[in-house]
Design a protein around this ligand. Structure first.
Ligand code: GTP
Ligand code: MG
Length: 522
């Protein structure tokens, strides 16, 4: 399609493929979990129900993405390992890490009630995710050993910490007592002061949880004589194990060494250079405008299953807009957002230092927060429609060096909105009037804007420009001008900043007038 002069902005998107033979791990962890666990009154140091919820979400992730063959998690984190031959989404890191974080967040909200039937989910959770690449199976082995070591150390410390606090010590006294203590000293402290044998604590807390797929025989039906008919099915298996990086654990499970490889030796000391690579976070170019664009995954199917109106479902768009407003309220550095169909672009101001400009963290935080909000607010927009399965969105971040190029990016999206909406309006009017989908497609092939407008007005008595502006223009979300000072009753101007209201607007953002009217946005 002769799209527009703005298409060049696509060239700013960068490739981030994880090349073969690197193994792909997606690591996710809850953002600001200490606040989340406090607000939701999780037990300290471990809340068994919250851990079971995490495990259940991870199990759904394994079911959703067949290329993920192993997962390990504890506390508020999970690592998902893809099989070595995976070509999932052409191995594009942002796409994969954002999808996993988004899907995980959606499932977390969906399953919350099942695990906490008497506790309200107070706010939408979000997860940071990143892609770790392991050049060989030995590096994966080191990664697993590293994560399980952290689980062990963290759990032992936290167990001591909260036992001391529960026994009456203040937080700072507790910190002081535990400062510089070694593993053995902490075990002794637990035993001597509290009669706790650390080794006897639940394996779920001490060792974390592993998930992988095994073939299990299941009864699928009974034949006419009442005999069970059995089939081999791949099921997620959850186990706790003392040493997940050990050869015996790994070699015991044939699916793991088939999909990932053998551990040749037992692991000794974890190579510090490997740990450095696991912790590496790439950063977005300083002082550039960052756009995080998210897009619904397989929304073609999602909109069918949920019987969205064609070509545009106003409620579905309003739900998207409501989530975008929530994103702007949550992330102060996002100055503008533009949405159409199942996608939204979020613009971070060029001076933003959000998460030290770590790309994966920015993408995943936004996309997972958007998704969990979408699930939480579904019922407000579709009170009579059940959400049949958790939606997910992918995300990417692109840097634009100047505000002019940024405006061209936004214009590109709005032109796209116009072209798609006009096409879809004609297409669905033709289909509703009795044409097959192929006939409608053929009919519209090669038609220009003017011809499509004529078709609508002549055949269907629809003036394109009188269609709802939300469909034609897409939605813009931004803050109304921040009030610098407030005039008090006595006439004095105080320096108080007033929270600026976030609004949804359906303007033509290609027109420079829009930006002149709102000079504070960029
Ligand atoms: P991926 O993004 O590649 O995973 O595929 P997708 O199926 O999400 O397609 P894409 O993002 O290219 O396009 C969005 C799709 O969502 C459209 O093609 C529609 O099928 C559907 N969609 C979005 N908004 C609406 C809506 O308001 N009504 C209806 N009926 N469908 C919609
Ligand atoms: Mg989509």
């Amino acid at each position: 399609m002769a799209n527009s002069k703005y298409e060049y902005v696509k060239s700013f998107e960068v490739e981030d493929e994880v090349m073969f033979p690197n193994l792909i791990i997606i690591h996710i962890d809850s953002l600001d979990f200490s606040r989340f666990s406090q607000v939701h009154k999780f037990e300290k140091p471990n809340d068994e129900t919250a851990l079971n919820l995490m495990n259940s979400c991870a199990s759904s992730v394994l079911e959703e993405y067949p290329d993920i063959v192993f997962a390990y998690g504890y506390s508020d984190e999970y690592s998902f390992v893809f099989k070595k031959t995976s070509r999932f989404y052409q191995r594009r890191a942002s796409k994969i890490l954002s999808l996993v974080a988004s899907f995980f967040a959606a499932v977390y909200v969906t399953k919350w009630k099942e695990f906490f039937p008497h506790r309200k989910l107070v706010y939408a959770p979000s997860f940071a995710s990143k892609a770790v690449s392991c050049a060989s199976i030995e590096v994966l082995q080191a990664y697993l050993a590293w994560r399980q070591h952290d689980c062990h150390i963290g759990n032992q410390y936290d167990t001591c910490f909260w036992m001391l606090v529960k026994s009456g010590k203040t937080l700072s006294e507790t910190q002081e007592i535990l400062k510089d203590t070694q593993k053995q000293q902490r075990n002794e402290l637990l035993f001597q002061q509290f009669g706790i044998n650390y080794k006897m604590l639940p394996a779920l807390f001490r060792q974390g949880s592993c998930l992988f797929k095994t073939k299990v025989e299941e009864t699928v039906k009974h034949d006419e004589n009442g005999n069970p008919v059995k089939r081999l099915r791949r099921r997620e298996t959850l186990v706790h194990s003392e040493n997940i990086a050990g050869r015996s654990f790994w070699n015991e499970h044939s699916s793991l060494h088939k999909d990932l490889g053998h551990f040749a030796k037992e692991i000794g000391k974890i190579e510090p250079d490997y740990v450095k690579s696991f912790q590496f976070e790439s950063r977005l170019l300083p002082l550039t405008w960052v756009v995080v664009r998210i897009d619904g995954c397989h929304f073609h199917r999602f909109s069918e299953v949920h019987e969205f109106e064609k070509p545009n479902d106003e409620q579905a768009l309003k739900l998207m807009n409501s989530c975008a407003v929530a994103v702007l309220e949550e992330f102060q550095d996002i100055v503008f957002a533009y949405g159409v169909s199942d996608e939204y672009s979020f613009v971070l101001k060029n001076k933003s230092e959000l998460y030290k400009r770590q790309s994966s963290k920015i993408i995943s935080a936004i996309v997972s927060f958007f998704t969990s909000t979408y699930v939480m607010r579904w019922g407000d927009f579709f009170p009579h429609k059940k959400l049949k399965y958790p939606p997910s969105f992918d995300g990417r971040a692109v840097c634009y060096p100047t505000s002019d190029i940024l405006l061209d990016y936004l214009a590109w999206r709005q032109v796209d909105c116009h072209i798609n909406n006009q096409y879809n309006t004609c297409f669905w009017m033709l289909v509703k009037s009795g044409k097959s989908k192929t006939q409608a497609q053929d009919y519209l092939k090669g038609t220009q804007t003017r011809e499509k407008n004529e078709l609508l007005s002549k055949q269907f008595v629809i003036e394109y420009n009188s269609l709802p502006v939300i469909f034609r223009m897409g939605s813009s979300v931004f803050r109304l001008k921040m009030q610098e000072g407030v005039t008090e009753e006595n006439g004095e101007v105080s320096g108080k900043q007033v929270e600026a209201e976030v609004v949804v607007d359906f303007s033509n953002i290609i027109d420079p007038c829009f930006w002149q009217q709102h000079p504070h946005i960029l």
